[in-house]
Structures are given as structure tokens and as C-alpha cells.
Ligand binder design. Structure first.
Ligand code: HEM
Length: 142
């Protein structure tokens, strides 16, 4: 059961991270799209589907299976410093997900929030977090 929970946890994490990496890229293209034009409407649809059909369900699944793993191994995991730091980083990723969701609504309303350069820069954030979180989860350094 533990191995199934771990496999399903990692699968849902991969889908969530893929969405966190891809959505800001769509915002880079959307920033220059003509209001009401064909590209504007296409990107609104893609962003809505990516967030609602893939990212949010994958985030909730990663959380669900992660909490299940904590329940299955609570004795071994209690007091694990790596898990506390990992969950803090994951908490920040929830915040990042929420920010991307709020930004989607702004583009849907016809706004052009922040700048094209801003979305190019924040695109790297989930990659850095993924490196740190996977090292913590696999190496369990402390
Ligand atoms: C959403 C909240 C999350 C919770 C509650 C959570 C919790 C856990 C727990 C308890 C384990 C099992 C640890 C063990 O038994 O040694 C685990 C494994 C793992 N987690 Fe998470 N995690 C979460 C999110 C993430 C994220 C966002 C990533 C990657 C970006 C991630 C990557 C991993 C990996 C790669 C493993 C397998 C480590 C191994 O078995 O060697 N987790 N997670």
C-alpha cells in the first residue's frame, strides 16, 4: 500500500509541476496577444483547461497521497527535519499556484497584468523548488 501511495504521489506531483512550469509560459505569449483576437481567445481556453483539468486536481492528489504517506509512516517520519522543510517549500508552491490562478482570471477579464519579462522570470521558480524538494524527499539529508 505504501509503495502504491508513493507511486501515485510522484505521478500527481509530475503533472502538477508540469503545469506550474507551463502556465507562466502561456502568460508570456498571452501578454502580447491582441485583445479579443483569435490568439487571445485560444490562450484563455488553454489556460482555463490547464489549471482546472490538470493542475488543481494534480495538486490536490499530490497533497492527498502525500498526507496518506505521512499517515502510513507517521512513526518513521515524525521529527524528520527534511519533511518539515519540504512541506514549507510545498506550502510556498501552493501560494505560487494561487497567484497563477488569480493571474488567469485577470487575463480572462482582458487585463495584461505585470509584464512579459516578469512571466519569463517567474517561469524558473517551480524548477528550483522541484530540485530542492526532490533532493529532500529522496536523500532525506536531516
Ligand atoms: C503536496 C504536499 C506533499 C506532501 C504532504 C508530501 C509528503 C511526502 C511523504 C510523506 C513522502 C514519503 C516519504 C518517505 O516515506 O520517506 C513523500 C515522498 C516523495 N515526495 Fe512528497 N509531498 C508533497 C509534495 C511533493 C512535491 C511538490 C514534490 C516534488 C516537487 C514531492 C516529491 C516527492 C518524492 C520524489 C518522493 C519519493 C521519495 C522517495 O521515496 O525516495 N512531494 N512525499
Amino acid at each position: 500500500m505504501y509503495e502504491w501511495a508513493r507511486a501515485l504521489h510522484i505521478i500527481s506531483v509530475i503533472f502538477w509541476m508540469a503545469g506550474l512550469l507551463y502556465l507562466p509560459r502561456l502568460y508570456v505569449y498571452h501578454w502580447n496577444a491582441k485583445l479579443g483576437g483569435e490568439l487571445d481567445e485560444t490562450l484563455k481556453l488553454q489556460e482555463r483547461r490547464l489549471l482546472k483539468v490538470i493542475m488543481t486536481p494534480a495538486m490536490l492528489a499530490a497533497l492527498g497521497f502525500g498526507l496518506w504517506l505521512i499517515y502510513l509512516r507517521q512513526d518513521a517520519l515524525s521529527g524528520s527535519g527534511w519533511l518539515h522543510l519540504k512541506l514549507f517549500l510545498v506550502f510556498l508552491l501552493f501560494g505560487y499556484h494561487g497567484f497563477l490562478s488569480k493571474t488567469r482570471k485577470q487575463f480572462e477579464a482582458g487585463d495584461r497584468p505585470r509584464s512579459e519579462k516578469f512571466f519569463r522570470m517567474i517561469n524558473e521558480i517551480p524548477a528550483l523548488f522541484t530540485i530542492a524538494i526532490v533532493i529532500l524527499a529522496v536523500i532525506e539529508p536531516f
